[in-house]
Design a protein around this ligand. Structure first.
Ligand code: BV8
Length: 231
């Protein structure tokens, strides 16, 4: 049965109260990308960067999954074929909504990483500058998120999934960050039908076979019902 690959972005968590990046008042309006989401920014001012992620970790801990997260989990459970969820989001709302094996290509707020030995562990609610790595004790702990200029996680797996997709859906992403923004082309080249579900047309909207506009909590459950009705 058809394999479905879903890519999500900050827009799917917007109605759970988590800020997006590029909507007005979004996260990038309050901070310069270069200062808080690059290795150079972390090296320059680790306290500022830890503060940025501590605030988002606290906000994400209070957020609840919404009907869009839950509808995708329902699709993954009830669809007769494989449903792969790739997210650019670092929150855990897909898992909170019941999804399994979510691929976090930009890392997670829940994770911590040692910049010296590459050890991964569960981040404390607040991270501080110079925290020692539990494995090598070097004072090089950082959030386990993928910054600009860094290699996203699980790229080989993601490209394999896209090569086998019959249906590719991008939900709540502005299509401005690569390599995620190019996944629609990979999927289309593999012969997949492509659909975008977004509040407003993304930068890449014209690359999709279908664009469904509206808030995710309305469009995603309706889209899942339509898919399940078509089986
Ligand atoms: C890499 C960190 C090499 C964690 C993030 C020039 C050309 C091409 C590429 C580049 C270039 N110059 C630089 C690059 C590379 C760069 C890049 O793409 N830069 C951009 C700015 C041009 N990319 C990288 O550096 C990546 N690494 O390229 O390595 C490589 C290449 C190929 C293969 C392997 C390796 C690393 C990118 C990761 C950066 N880290 N986050 C964190 O802090 O969260 S990116 C950040 O943006 C988040 O991860 C976020 O998820 C992501 C994308 O943003 P969106 O999720 O789309 O959110 P946004 O606010 O933009 O949009 C929200 C959308 O939702 C909007 O469309 C809105 O309409 C919609 N919406 C709002 N409300 C709702 C809604 N939709 C539905 N319902 C609603 N209620």
């Amino acid at each position: 049965m058809e394999k479905i690959v879903i890519l999500t972005g900050a827009g799917i968590s917007a109605e759970s109260g988590l800020g997006t990046f590029r909507d007005e008042g979004g996260l990038w309006a309050q901070h310069r990308i270069e200062d808080v989401a690059t290795p150079e920014g972390f090296a320059r001012d680790p306290q500022l960067v830890h503060g940025f992620y501590n605030a988002r970790r606290a906000q994400a801990a209070k957020a609840q999954p919404n009907e869009a997260h839950e509808a995708i989990a329902r699709l993954q459970r009830d669809w007769p074929g494989e449903v792969v969820i790739v997210t650019q989001n670092v929150d855990s709302l897909h898992e909170g909504g019941g999804a399994r094996d979510v691929i976090h290509m930009h890392g997670t707020l829940a994770g911590a990483l040692c910049a010296a030995c590459n050890h991964h562990w569960t981040a404390p609610p607040e991270m501080a500058v110079g925290e020692p790595c539990p494995a090598c004790a070097a004072p090089t702990a950082r959030p386990d998120v993928v910054w600009f200029g860094e290699m996203p996680y699980h790229m080989d797996d993601i490209y394999d999934h896209l090569a086998g997709a019959r249906l590719f859906a991008a939900i709540g992403t502005s299509g401005q960050v690569y390599p995620a923004a190019a996944f629609v082309h990979e999927a289309a080249m593999a012969g997949a039908r492509t659909v975008e579900l977004n509040l407003a047309p993304s930068t890449g909207a014209s690359s999709f076979d279908e664009v469904i506009l509206g808030p995710a909590t309305e469009t995603v459950p309706r889209w899942v019902d339509r898919l399940m009705g078509q089986r």
